[in-house]
Every structure is written in structure tokens, then in C-alpha cells.
Design a binder for this molecule. Structure first.
Ligand code: FES
Length: 99
């Protein structure tokens, strides 16, 4: 299964993922620069990314994620935290934009 990261220069990096990993796990394993100050515990808001497709398949946001996102700048309607989205086979082909 693949996830596509859209970098800040609009280039794309395609990475493999296994079910159960978070977007942040996959980014870190592939040298994709997503910040994390809380080691993926969903409290710092630094891993803010934008979901570019499949919005209807992404699990709903928890109150914890919503609160942490409040710490992030440049929020959009598709803003999420990379550490809080656990990947599964329905998300094969997901596109994630780095901010
Ligand atoms: S790494 Fe801190 S909120 Fe995701």
C-alpha cells in the first residue's frame, strides 16, 4: 500500500506503508520532514498536515486531536495531525501535503 507525500516544493514522494502505522510513522521511516515535539502523542500540534484526497475515508477527529490542532498555524478544512491517523488498506493512495 502506498501513501503520497506532497512536499513543500510540490514534488511528490511515494512511500510504502503497512496497516497500523500512522502517517507520522511512515514519514519518519522515509525521511519525510514532518515535525514532532511530543513523539506522536497528539498534544504538540507540530505534525499538522493537510489531507488532499479520500477525506471521507479518514477516521473522524478526536477531541484530543482537535485541541492539539488549535496550537497549529495555517489551519484548513482538511488539516489533521499526522500522528493521529492510523493507516489501513482503505487509505491506499492517500495524498498528504506537508505544510
Ligand atoms: S507529533 Fe505532536 S501532535 Fe503529532
Amino acid at each position: 500500500m502506498k501513501i503520497i507525500f506532497i512536499m513543500k516544493d510540490n514534488s511528490e514522494k511515494i512511500c510504502n506503508f503497512s496497516e497500523g502505522n500512522t502517517i507520522l510513522n511512515v514519514a519518519e521511516a522515509n525521511g519525510i520532514p514532518i515535525k514532532s515535539f511530543c513523539e506522536g502523542f497528539g498534544v504538540c500540534g507540530a505534525c499538522h498536515i493537510c489531507i488532499e484526497n479520500m477525506q471521507e475515508r479518514i477516521p473522524k477527529m478526536s477531541d484530543k486531536e482537535n485541541n492539539a490542532l488549535d496550537n497549529s498555524s495555517g489551519l484548513t478544512i482538511n488539516s489533521r495531525l499526522a500522528c493521529q491517523i492510523v493507516l489501513n488498506k482503505d487509505l491506499d493512495g492517500l495524498k498528504v501535503r506537508l505544510l
